[in-house]
Design a protein around this ligand. Structure first.
Ligand SMILES: [Zn+2]
Length: 110
């Protein structure tokens, strides 16, 4: 948990990458971490990620108290441009992985 997040600059690269790694660990069968997973970890709500990992039908677009989802998305876009993570910054779930890490469902050649 890194406190109140209103803008992308409230999240350090290390904090995002750490939250991403935690989210991936808590939901290993998902194709990358969703931006809501990352927001949940940043806000100290890892239990939300665990709940999603157990119930695929659980809504993903969580609003985490103190964490602006648009700020998390903006930070993700910066890290994608910097080559530090892979994923999509269009506003979908994102499916983020650390650079060099293969997404869960893409681990083997088609
Ligand atoms: Zn997208």
């Amino acid at each position: 948990m890194v406190g109140v997040i209103r803008r992308a600059r409230d999240i350090s690269d290390a904090d995002f990458l750490n939250a991403l790694a935690i989210a991936r660990g808590l939901r290993p069968n998902y194709e990358g971490a969703s931006r809501w997973d990352v927001a949940s970890v940043l806000g100290g709500y890892e239990d939300l990620v665990i709940a999603r990992s157990r119930d695929p039908l659980l809504a993903d677009k969580t609003i985490v108290p103190g964490v602006d989802n648009q700020a998390v998305l903006a930070k993700a876009r910066k890290l994608i441009r910097a080559g530090k993570i892979t994923g999509c910054g269009c506003g979908c779930a994102g499916f983020f992985t650390a650079a060099g890490e293969l997404p869960a469902y893409h681990a083997w050649p088609a």
